[in-house]
Ligand binder design. Structure first.
Ligand SMILES: Nc1ncnc2c1ncn2[C@@H]1O[C@H](COP(=O)(O)OP(=O)(O)O)[C@@H](O)[C@H]1O
Ligand SMILES: [Mg+2]
Length: 259
Protein backbone atom coordinates (compact mmCIF):
# COMPACT_ATOMS: atom_id res chain seq x y z
CA UNK A 1 0.00 0.00 0.00
CA UNK A 2 2.74 2.47 0.90
CA UNK A 3 4.53 4.14 -1.98
CA UNK A 4 8.28 4.16 -2.08
CA UNK A 5 9.44 7.39 -0.57
CA UNK A 6 11.51 8.76 -3.40
CA UNK A 7 11.70 12.50 -2.86
CA UNK A 8 12.88 13.09 -6.43
CA UNK A 9 11.02 14.00 -9.57
CA UNK A 10 7.28 14.09 -9.08
CA UNK A 11 7.33 11.59 -6.25
CA UNK A 12 4.86 11.94 -3.44
CA UNK A 13 6.21 13.87 -0.53
CA UNK A 14 6.02 11.51 2.41
CA UNK A 15 6.79 14.33 4.77
CA UNK A 16 4.26 17.04 5.53
CA UNK A 17 0.50 16.80 5.88
CA UNK A 18 -1.50 14.64 3.47
CA UNK A 19 -4.07 17.42 2.99
CA UNK A 20 -3.52 21.15 3.20
CA UNK A 21 -6.29 23.71 2.77
CA UNK A 22 -5.21 27.34 2.66
CA UNK A 23 -7.60 30.26 2.58
CA UNK A 24 -10.28 28.23 0.82
CA UNK A 25 -13.36 30.17 -0.26
CA UNK A 26 -16.43 28.77 -1.98
CA UNK A 27 -19.72 30.36 -2.98
CA UNK A 28 -22.91 28.91 -4.35
CA UNK A 29 -24.31 32.02 -5.99
CA UNK A 30 -24.71 34.55 -3.21
CA UNK A 31 -24.24 31.90 -0.53
CA UNK A 32 -20.75 31.92 0.99
CA UNK A 33 -20.37 28.26 1.97
CA UNK A 34 -16.65 27.98 2.74
CA UNK A 35 -15.14 31.03 4.40
CA UNK A 36 -11.38 31.13 4.62
CA UNK A 37 -10.88 27.49 5.53
CA UNK A 38 -7.37 26.66 6.77
CA UNK A 39 -6.93 23.04 7.71
CA UNK A 40 -4.17 20.44 7.60
CA UNK A 41 -4.72 16.72 7.89
CA UNK A 42 -1.65 14.70 8.78
CA UNK A 43 -0.90 11.23 7.52
CA UNK A 44 -2.63 8.71 9.73
CA UNK A 45 -4.70 11.40 11.39
CA UNK A 46 -8.41 11.05 12.05
CA UNK A 47 -10.29 14.35 11.96
CA UNK A 48 -13.94 14.49 12.93
CA UNK A 49 -15.90 17.39 11.45
CA UNK A 50 -19.00 18.30 13.38
CA UNK A 51 -21.48 21.16 13.20
CA UNK A 52 -24.99 22.26 12.31
CA UNK A 53 -26.66 21.31 9.07
CA UNK A 54 -25.88 23.67 6.21
CA UNK A 55 -22.54 24.66 7.74
CA UNK A 56 -20.48 23.50 4.75
CA UNK A 57 -19.25 20.10 5.97
CA UNK A 58 -20.24 18.17 2.86
CA UNK A 59 -18.92 20.92 0.60
CA UNK A 60 -15.59 20.69 2.43
CA UNK A 61 -15.44 16.92 1.82
CA UNK A 62 -16.38 17.34 -1.80
CA UNK A 63 -13.77 20.05 -2.32
CA UNK A 64 -11.01 17.71 -1.12
CA UNK A 65 -11.61 15.20 -3.90
CA UNK A 66 -12.61 17.95 -6.29
CA UNK A 67 -16.24 17.02 -6.71
CA UNK A 68 -16.58 20.77 -6.07
CA UNK A 69 -14.23 23.44 -7.32
CA UNK A 70 -13.19 26.29 -5.04
CA UNK A 71 -13.23 30.02 -5.77
CA UNK A 72 -10.13 31.07 -3.89
CA UNK A 73 -7.29 29.62 -1.87
CA UNK A 74 -5.62 26.31 -2.51
CA UNK A 75 -5.86 22.67 -1.63
CA UNK A 76 -2.84 20.38 -1.69
CA UNK A 77 -3.14 16.61 -1.57
CA UNK A 78 0.02 14.65 -0.87
CA UNK A 79 2.08 17.77 -1.46
CA UNK A 80 0.54 18.77 -4.79
CA UNK A 81 -2.28 21.08 -5.87
CA UNK A 82 -5.46 19.18 -6.74
CA UNK A 83 -5.42 18.22 -10.40
CA UNK A 84 -7.93 19.97 -12.63
CA UNK A 85 -8.83 17.12 -14.92
CA UNK A 86 -7.77 14.02 -16.80
CA UNK A 87 -5.77 11.09 -15.49
CA UNK A 88 -4.38 13.02 -12.56
CA UNK A 89 -7.90 13.82 -11.39
CA UNK A 90 -8.94 10.18 -11.79
CA UNK A 91 -5.92 9.20 -9.69
CA UNK A 92 -6.85 11.72 -7.01
CA UNK A 93 -10.38 10.31 -6.90
CA UNK A 94 -9.03 6.82 -6.38
CA UNK A 95 -6.51 8.01 -3.77
CA UNK A 96 -9.30 9.64 -1.80
CA UNK A 97 -12.05 7.16 -0.96
CA UNK A 98 -15.47 8.49 -0.13
CA UNK A 99 -18.33 6.99 1.84
CA UNK A 100 -21.54 9.01 1.85
CA UNK A 101 -24.62 9.05 3.99
CA UNK A 102 -26.88 7.45 1.43
CA UNK A 103 -25.70 4.08 0.28
CA UNK A 104 -23.89 4.80 -2.90
CA UNK A 105 -23.54 1.28 -4.25
CA UNK A 106 -24.59 0.41 -7.78
CA UNK A 107 -28.02 -1.17 -7.34
CA UNK A 108 -27.82 -3.43 -10.39
CA UNK A 109 -24.43 -4.89 -9.49
CA UNK A 110 -23.63 -7.48 -6.85
CA UNK A 111 -21.58 -6.52 -3.81
CA UNK A 112 -18.60 -8.34 -5.38
CA UNK A 113 -19.05 -6.38 -8.63
CA UNK A 114 -19.36 -3.13 -6.70
CA UNK A 115 -16.09 -3.77 -4.87
CA UNK A 116 -14.12 -4.98 -7.91
CA UNK A 117 -15.33 -2.42 -10.46
CA UNK A 118 -12.88 0.34 -9.51
CA UNK A 119 -9.78 -1.86 -9.21
CA UNK A 120 -10.52 -3.54 -12.58
CA UNK A 121 -11.59 -0.44 -14.54
CA UNK A 122 -9.46 2.28 -12.97
CA UNK A 123 -6.45 0.47 -11.55
CA UNK A 124 -6.25 -2.20 -14.26
CA UNK A 125 -6.18 -5.09 -11.79
CA UNK A 126 -6.92 -8.57 -13.20
CA UNK A 127 -10.44 -9.77 -12.32
CA UNK A 128 -9.21 -12.80 -10.43
CA UNK A 129 -6.88 -10.71 -8.27
CA UNK A 130 -9.53 -8.06 -7.73
CA UNK A 131 -12.03 -10.70 -6.58
CA UNK A 132 -9.55 -12.30 -4.22
CA UNK A 133 -8.79 -8.95 -2.62
CA UNK A 134 -12.50 -8.02 -2.54
CA UNK A 135 -13.26 -11.17 -0.59
CA UNK A 136 -10.54 -10.33 1.92
CA UNK A 137 -11.96 -6.84 2.34
CA UNK A 138 -15.55 -8.07 2.60
CA UNK A 139 -14.37 -10.55 5.20
CA UNK A 140 -12.65 -7.75 7.09
CA UNK A 141 -15.90 -5.74 7.25
CA UNK A 142 -17.81 -8.90 8.15
CA UNK A 143 -19.92 -9.47 5.03
CA UNK A 144 -17.96 -11.99 2.95
CA UNK A 145 -21.03 -14.23 2.86
CA UNK A 146 -23.01 -11.46 1.14
CA UNK A 147 -20.66 -11.08 -1.83
CA UNK A 148 -23.04 -12.44 -4.47
CA UNK A 149 -26.06 -10.47 -3.28
CA UNK A 150 -27.37 -7.16 -4.61
CA UNK A 151 -27.32 -4.05 -2.40
CA UNK A 152 -31.09 -4.09 -1.84
CA UNK A 153 -30.78 -7.57 -0.30
CA UNK A 154 -28.49 -6.21 2.43
CA UNK A 155 -29.33 -4.21 5.53
CA UNK A 156 -28.29 -0.56 5.62
CA UNK A 157 -25.42 -1.38 7.96
CA UNK A 158 -24.19 -4.11 5.63
CA UNK A 159 -24.45 -1.77 2.66
CA UNK A 160 -22.33 0.84 4.40
CA UNK A 161 -19.76 -1.79 5.27
CA UNK A 162 -19.76 -2.81 1.60
CA UNK A 163 -19.23 0.85 0.67
CA UNK A 164 -16.22 0.94 3.00
CA UNK A 165 -14.83 -2.26 1.43
CA UNK A 166 -15.33 -0.70 -1.98
CA UNK A 167 -13.39 2.41 -0.94
CA UNK A 168 -10.59 0.26 0.54
CA UNK A 169 -10.33 -1.81 -2.65
CA UNK A 170 -8.73 1.19 -4.36
CA UNK A 171 -5.95 1.34 -1.75
CA UNK A 172 -6.79 4.94 -0.95
CA UNK A 173 -4.41 7.24 0.88
CA UNK A 174 -7.36 8.68 2.72
CA UNK A 175 -11.07 8.09 3.18
CA UNK A 176 -13.67 10.83 3.57
CA UNK A 177 -16.80 9.78 5.41
CA UNK A 178 -19.78 12.11 5.10
CA UNK A 179 -22.31 11.21 7.79
CA UNK A 180 -21.88 7.50 7.10
CA UNK A 181 -24.26 6.38 9.84
CA UNK A 182 -26.92 9.06 9.84
CA UNK A 183 -29.30 7.24 7.47
CA UNK A 184 -29.01 3.98 9.40
CA UNK A 185 -31.45 2.40 11.79
CA UNK A 186 -30.00 2.89 15.28
CA UNK A 187 -29.17 -0.78 15.81
CA UNK A 188 -26.88 -0.74 12.77
CA UNK A 189 -24.84 2.33 13.62
CA UNK A 190 -22.30 0.58 15.84
CA UNK A 191 -21.39 -2.16 13.37
CA UNK A 192 -20.35 0.53 10.87
CA UNK A 193 -18.55 2.62 13.49
CA UNK A 194 -16.66 -0.47 14.64
CA UNK A 195 -15.26 -0.96 11.14
CA UNK A 196 -14.29 2.72 11.03
CA UNK A 197 -12.63 2.54 14.46
CA UNK A 198 -10.59 -0.44 13.27
CA UNK A 199 -9.49 1.47 10.16
CA UNK A 200 -8.48 4.41 12.31
CA UNK A 201 -6.45 2.15 14.58
CA UNK A 202 -4.72 0.65 11.57
CA UNK A 203 -3.52 4.13 10.60
CA UNK A 204 -5.86 5.13 7.78
CA UNK A 205 -6.05 8.88 7.28
CA UNK A 206 -9.70 9.80 7.72
CA UNK A 207 -11.89 12.85 7.68
CA UNK A 208 -15.24 11.94 9.17
CA UNK A 209 -18.32 14.14 9.24
CA UNK A 210 -20.34 12.68 12.09
CA UNK A 211 -22.15 13.57 15.25
CA UNK A 212 -21.27 10.25 16.84
CA UNK A 213 -19.40 11.37 19.93
CA UNK A 214 -18.46 7.85 20.92
CA UNK A 215 -16.64 7.47 17.64
CA UNK A 216 -14.98 10.86 17.99
CA UNK A 217 -13.75 10.09 21.49
CA UNK A 218 -12.45 6.66 20.59
CA UNK A 219 -10.96 7.30 17.18
CA UNK A 220 -10.44 10.97 16.47
CA UNK A 221 -7.22 12.86 16.99
CA UNK A 222 -9.01 16.15 16.49
CA UNK A 223 -12.50 17.56 16.29
CA UNK A 224 -13.17 20.43 13.93
CA UNK A 225 -16.36 22.35 14.64
CA UNK A 226 -17.75 24.01 11.55
CA UNK A 227 -20.65 26.45 11.33
CA UNK A 228 -21.74 28.97 8.70
CA UNK A 229 -18.88 27.99 6.42
CA UNK A 230 -16.17 28.61 9.00
CA UNK A 231 -14.02 26.52 11.24
CA UNK A 232 -15.14 27.95 14.55
CA UNK A 233 -13.16 25.76 16.88
CA UNK A 234 -10.68 22.86 16.81
CA UNK A 235 -9.66 20.70 19.69
CA UNK A 236 -9.04 17.18 20.96
CA UNK A 237 -12.31 15.24 21.32
CA UNK A 238 -12.15 15.27 25.12
CA UNK A 239 -11.54 18.99 25.31
CA UNK A 240 -14.15 19.77 22.70
CA UNK A 241 -16.94 17.70 24.20
CA UNK A 242 -16.31 18.69 27.81
CA UNK A 243 -14.91 22.18 27.43
CA UNK A 244 -16.05 23.82 24.21
CA UNK A 245 -14.71 27.36 24.05
CA UNK A 246 -17.18 29.15 21.81
CA UNK A 247 -20.86 29.84 22.45
CA UNK A 248 -21.65 28.53 18.99
CA UNK A 249 -20.14 25.13 19.82
CA UNK A 250 -21.65 25.04 23.31
CA UNK A 251 -25.07 25.78 21.85
CA UNK A 252 -24.67 23.07 19.22
CA UNK A 253 -23.47 20.51 21.76
CA UNK A 254 -26.35 21.24 24.11
CA UNK A 255 -28.71 20.42 21.25
CA UNK A 256 -27.10 17.15 20.23
CA UNK A 257 -26.61 16.07 23.84
CA UNK A 258 -30.26 16.41 24.73
CA UNK A 259 -31.39 13.53 22.56
N1 LIG B 1 -24.75 22.39 -5.31
C1 LIG B 1 -25.22 23.36 -4.51
N2 LIG B 1 -25.84 24.44 -5.02
C2 LIG B 1 -26.29 25.43 -4.23
N3 LIG B 1 -26.20 25.42 -2.88
C3 LIG B 1 -25.63 24.35 -2.31
C4 LIG B 1 -25.11 23.25 -3.08
N4 LIG B 1 -24.59 22.34 -2.24
C5 LIG B 1 -24.76 22.83 -0.99
N5 LIG B 1 -25.38 24.03 -1.03
C6 LIG B 1 -25.69 24.88 0.13
O1 LIG B 1 -24.46 25.17 0.76
C7 LIG B 1 -24.63 25.18 2.18
C8 LIG B 1 -23.66 24.20 2.79
O2 LIG B 1 -24.09 22.90 2.45
P1 LIG B 1 -23.36 21.58 2.92
O3 LIG B 1 -21.92 21.67 2.58
O4 LIG B 1 -24.14 20.45 2.37
O5 LIG B 1 -23.53 21.66 4.51
P2 LIG B 1 -23.55 20.51 5.60
O6 LIG B 1 -22.96 19.29 4.99
O7 LIG B 1 -22.74 21.06 6.74
O8 LIG B 1 -24.97 20.31 6.00
C9 LIG B 1 -26.09 24.87 2.43
O9 LIG B 1 -26.77 26.09 2.62
C10 LIG B 1 -26.54 24.19 1.17
O10 LIG B 1 -27.91 24.38 0.95
MG1 LIG C 1 -23.72 17.38 4.77
Amino acid sequence: MAETGNPGNGATSEAGPLVVLEGVQKHFGSLHVLRDINLNIDRGEVVVVIGPSGGGKSTLCRAINRLETIDEGRILFDGRPLPEEGRALARLRSDVGMVFQSFNLFAHKTIMENVTLGPIKVRGVAREDAEKRALELLDRVGIASQAQKYPAQLSGGQQQRAAIARALAMNPKMILFDEPTSALDPEMVQEVLDVMIELAQEGMTMMVVTHEMGFARRAANRVVFMADGQIVEENTPDEFFTNARTDRAKDFLSKILTH
